[in-house]
Design a protein. Structure first.
Length: 103
């Protein structure tokens, strides 16, 4: 099958834009959630559960971390993983927020 120059350029442009868009999606997926992010502040997210303000968050219990939360989408052994609360941002496995759930 013979491909014309026009078909080749259209195919190349489509393929190139797909690669660029996929690269952007992977870059966003790898970003970590900052404690200063407004969404993180709204739920009291901290990257280190041992530093939770227990007076402000009395529901916190020792041993609760993102890795053991039902919203955590990584493996318990991962340093960071996805969370259903924060879209494509990754949370620290040793972190905590007030939305912690064991269900």
């Amino acid at each position: 099958m013979k491909t014309s120059r026009r078909q080749f350029l259209m195919l190349g442009a489509g393929l190139g834009s797909s690669l660029v868009l996929n690269g952007t999606a992977f870059a966003d997926a790898a970003s970590t959630l900052s404690e200063s992010d407004p969404a993180a502040q709204a739920v009291g997210y901290t990257e280190d559960a041992s530093k939770v303000n227990k007076a402000k968050f009395p529901t916190y219990a020792a041993g609760q971390t993102c890795a053991s939360c039902s919203l955590f989408q990584g493996k318990a052994t991962d340093a960071y993983g996805g969370c259903t609360l924060f879209g494509t941002k990754q949370v620290a496995a040793r972190g905590w927020c007030s939305s912690y759930s064991t269900m």
